[in-house]
Design a protein around this ligand. Sequence first.
Ligand code: CP
Length: 308
Amino acid sequence: MKNENMKNLLGLRNLKKDYIEEIFKITSYYKKKIENKICVEKILDGKSVINLFFESSTRTQTSFELSEKMLGMNVVNFSKGSSSMNKGESLLDTLKTIESMKFDFLVVRHQVPGVPYLIEKYSSSKIINAGDGTNEHPTQGLLDIYTLKEEFGELKNLNVCIMGNISHSRVAKSNIFGLKQFDANISVCGPIPFIPRDIEGLGVNVMLDTNEAVKKSDALILLRVQMEREAGTMLSSLSEYNRHYGITMDRIKSNPEIKILHPGPMNINVEIDYETSVMQNSMVLRQVTNGLAVKCALFKIMNESKVK
Ligand code: CP
């Protein structure tokens, strides 16, 4: 797919390597500007965007809003709590109402997988999926892969292990789809109930031992144990999870160069301890900066799309 053909970003499942690389090229341009606190050109001046967050967010929503304002857009933030959904208006009627205002861009996060695809069916806006339930989180996948590329240069044969609740993770899926495009060696690690049975079909190795995962990986992408997505019923306790799968200073002694990523928010002393989360190997805050740059790049590309 050529950039000019990209109307929506709903997932990384079908995004090809050359297309992702094009996004990354433009991301690097914005990253430099952001790091040096240089104003970016308001190339989307006069365009309109609505951020529809039906689920809580700090990083994604804030970085979307900031990127939209940096590029000059008229930004509307929809909050379910203060909307007429509180008076019983349905999701569909809410979406139709918003569609009638003819926004140029629509950013959506929803707890139900597939909602961005539902919107795509009748919306004329350009749509970005900011996370749909357990399905995908494509902008997180892009910023994670960009961070790995920035750190390691080459992703081919890079050993990346995604650790945690793979079954319920939209971050894991987007990372797997994206990293496969770059021929990274991807593995997953976590308690058996957290590992989808058919995961090897995606070309991913399964590791059940955390110490082995640490020793054999160049980078770990840690996932949040998501109590709101049934993890609570599948784990005997958080402290037991921490004992077997938590990444600690002690655990990474076997591979002191290993890089640690986490999409946030982190559960400190569950999937990671505090010292590890703030050490030099931790890419967590760099991921946030890169997320802002990725979003600027996406809006630029999607604005240039010729697809109606
Ligand atoms: N990574 C991520 O999606 O974080 P938020 O929920 O804070 O947006």
